[in-house]
Design a protein. Structure first.
Length: 281
């Protein structure tokens, strides 16, 4: 009477119900992954869930649409706070990695210090990361910017070292890394020091990137907890990051998997010159 085929009319209800079931399954799978990595992006999410999504005939673009419709896309956050004091009497080493092609694990370690918690918290995270595999080799959480925290992170990294090839330690020119105690520890472990020479965040891009992943994807900057509890939270976050989180620069391998082999050529971070960021007059 209204010009619609009866079979088509009822089939539309079945199709709608089937689509809703698929959406619910996708949301459930997404929540399972984000229970461990709360702010993991959609591309990495698709890589982790590729097999069950393909069985449901859902591609990457469809996954984006489903998450967008349910307000589940991750919005990037940008925050920057200075933790580097490079105005000191200690010797500053040359940059040895600026034009270096990184081809293997434990060829270059990068290190940095970042804030944790809110702005009213005196909590700091010292990290040492392998530039090739993006594996966090050593870390330390403390309530001070003293050199002791960076030394504990270095001690853990040396303990976790797997290869005995030549190794370069790259950092900014902060007083913690230039101090006599830290340089002595590097020399004792037969590690060559290297430092940034410009006030350019891209000069230590890998370290800055890992800082951002831990703080933004694992909410480490938002916890209002004491130091002992923060240490436990960071330990869990580092373990999940090394074991489960795929990395684009590692061809979607996890840091641990990338670290255990030496054949894959890593993708490099895009280099941006500081002068390119400043608009012309």
């Amino acid at each position: 009477m209204v010009g619609i085929n009866r079979q088509y009319y009822y089939r539309s209800f079945w199709i709608k119900k089937e689509k809703q079931q698929k959406v619910n399954q996708v949301i459930s799978l997404t929540n399972d992954v984000r229970s461990k990595m709360p702010r993991i992006g959609t591309r990495k999410l698709y890589f982790l869930l590729r097999e069950p999504l393909q069985e449901m005939h859902i591609g990457r673009d469809k996954l984006f649409k489903i998450l967008k419709a349910n307000n589940m896309l991750i919005q990037p956050k940008r925050s920057y706070r200075i933790t580097t004091n490079s105005h000191h009497r200690f010797y500053k080493h040359k940059n040895l990695v600026e034009d270096l092609v990184i081809k293997r694990p434990e060829q270059v370690w990068v290190s940095d210090i970042t804030y944790l918690g809110g702005r009213d918290k005196n909590c700091y995270l010292a990290l040492i990361t392998d530039a090739y595999s993006k594996k966090i080799m050593g870390y330390d959480v403390s309530n001070s910017l003293a050199t002791t925290g960076t030394l504990r992170a270095l001690k853990m990294a040396v303990k976790n070292r797997m290869y005995k090839d030549k190794l370069i330690h790259h950092s900014d020119r902060g007083i913690q890394y230039c101090s006599d105690n830290y340089q002595e520890a590097l020399s004792k472990a037969n590690i060559t020091p290297s430092m940034t020479e410009k006030y350019d965040p891209y000069a230590n891009a890998v370290a800055e990137r890992i800082n951002g992943i831990l703080k933004q994807e694992f909410f480490l900057e938002e916890y209002n907890i004491d130091l002992s509890m923060m240490k436990k939270v960071v330990k869990d976050a580092v373990s999940i990051y090394n074991d489960y989180r795929p990395h684009y620069s590692c061809h979607m391998n996890t840091p641990n998997k990338m670290h255990r082999q030496r054949k894959i050529n890593m993708r490099t971070y895009k280099k941006i010159k500081l002068e390119e960021l400043v608009p012309p007059a």
